[in-house]
Design a protein around this ligand. Structure first.
Ligand SMILES: [Zn+2]
Length: 454
């Protein structure tokens, strides 16, 4: 449609400004280049005789991806495309802000707004290729700062907005292949612009849930812009490390919960009481477990296995000590190594009773979530080797049996005192699962001890 408009326009050429005249003008000098970046007229090729306004119209008809390819033909063309990007018509066309709907027209293609921002990131990457990282980031900020939905807390309906995801994809494409030092600069720029560290500090040192909107904004910004778009685990861990490492362990755990903990499906607010007041399903724990696994398994500097295990210990008391069933389910989701390390740490510290209770709930979760009970028994065998004497080992096994008995009694009690029918049903089902778990756990032990080894 825009092409037709150009064809049908019968405006005398004298009303346009030719490109070679134009690049001497004040606007070009101010917006595009600084001294040495001035374009060379000879590299404009056939476009030398095209008035700037027409040149911009041509760009306006081209898909963003094609403009980014075109920008690589010469330094002069790249400069003129940069002028177009920052011109009112360029901004209007390129900074699409329809973040609360999906799909948009880009030339003849119908592409999603997310793809559009990917290509825009590519365009900026290519146009600013010859500049220093500092200048590239300045150019980028100058452009993106005009979009309210890209700001931390800048959108009125953040749950329906894909603005931050667009920003994240833009950033991913722009910074692809940049070294650590350059990515550090990107992070510092973002921190300066958003005041992120200060906002995080007030959240991790305040009462959980007291600034629920701010928690939501920080979560959405960090997840969508900094964490969720990377293909390589190393990249995700790099950005996560930037966010977590400035803080002491206890604050790291709080921030991790804000970023990956369970949230309400209606308003997106962090569900702080879930882990301590009710039994949660795997879905509520998945985000935290996957992130812990990522930190543990990815080989990046700044994180030792011990750091991660300490973080897990802190996490499971955020905001207060989690219910044992939630704790056990979380440990199973983090995988064999982390689960074993956590249990071994308890054994080494001589916390036998504590360890025995966790074993009971590991068996319960295996029963409920249909994991193999043999795994729980094997875990107990491996961990019991950490007790140096036979006496200690026997004492631990005795604690496991006592814990089964105590937990059954507690659950029976909760069935008897339930005031409503629904509550009674839930408690009864829980008791039923525990009795089955106990039976299966012991069955595996009997198999181990009574089956002759081949
Ligand atoms: Zn928005």
């Amino acid at each position: 449609m825009q092409c037709k408009e150009i064809k049908n326009m019968a405006v005398p050429s004298s009303s346009f400004t030719l490109i070679h005249k134009k690049f001497r003008c004040r606007r070009m000098a101010k917006q595009v280049c600084e001294d040495k970046d001035l374009p060379d007229i000879n590299t404009l090729g056939s476009f030398q005789s095209v008035p700037l306004e027409i040149f911009h119209m041509i760009l306006g008809c081209m898909p963003v991806r094609d403009i980014s390819i075109f920008s690589m033909t010469s330094r002069t063309i790249s400069s003129h495309i940069t002028t177009y990007i920052y011109s009112p018509s360029g901004i209007l066309r390129l900074l699409v802000q329809d973040f609360h709907n999906s799909g948009l027209e880009d030339g003849r293609q119908n592409i999603s707004i997310l793809e559009h921002y990917k290509y825009l990131g590519l365009l900026l990457k290519r146009c600013t290729l010859l500049l220093s990282t500092k200048k590239r980031l300045n150019y980028t900020h100058k452009l993106l700062s005009q979009v309210p939905c890209f700001k931390l807390g800048g959108c009125a309906s953040p749950m329906k907005c894909v603005g931050l995801s667009c920003y994240g994809l833009f950033l991913q494409v722009l910074t692809a292949g940049w070294d650590e030092m350059e990515c550090h600069r990107v992070y510092n720029t973002i921190c300066n612009v958003t005041n992120l560290p200060r906002k995080v500090q007030s959240l991790v040192s305040g009462t959980p849930g007291s600034s629920c909107k701010q928690e939501l904004y920080v979560r959405l910004f960090c997840r969508n812009v900094l964490l969720d778009h990377w293909v390589r685990c190393k990249d995700t861990v790099f950005w996560l490390t930037r966010l977590l490492k400035p803080w002491p362990l206890v604050h790291q755990a709080r921030l991790l919960y804000i970023l990956f903990g369970p949230v309400s499906t209606t308003d997106g607010y962090i569900l702080w009481k879930n882990m301590t007041q009710s039994v949660v399903d795997e879905k509520s724990l998945e985000g935290l477990a996957t992130t812990i696994k990522l930190l543990y398994e990815t080989d990046v500097k700044g994180w030792t296995a011990d750091d991660v295990i300490s973080l897990v210990e802190e996490l499971t008391v955020v905001p207060n000590e989690w219910l044992l069933e939630n704790n056990a389910r979380f440990l199973i989701l983090t995988g064999n190594s982390i689960c074993f390390s956590m249990l071994a740490r308890k054994a080494v510290k001589g916390r036998r009773m504590d360890l025995a209770r966790v074993m009971v709930f590991l068996a319960l979760v295996c029963q409920k979530d249909l994991y193999c009970m043999e795994w729980a028994v094997n875990m107990m065998r491996r961990v019991s080797k950490f007790f140096s004497t036979n006496e200690e080992r026997k004492c631990f096994l005795g604690h496991v049996e006592m814990s089964f008995a105590c937990t059954v009694t507690d659950m029976l009690q909760s069935v008897l005192v339930a005031e409503e029918r629904d509550e009674e049903d839930v408690n009864f089902r829980n008791l039923f699962h525990l009795l089955k778990a106990q039976a299966n756990f012991h069955k595996e032990i009997l198999y181990l001890t009574l089956t002759p080894s081949v």
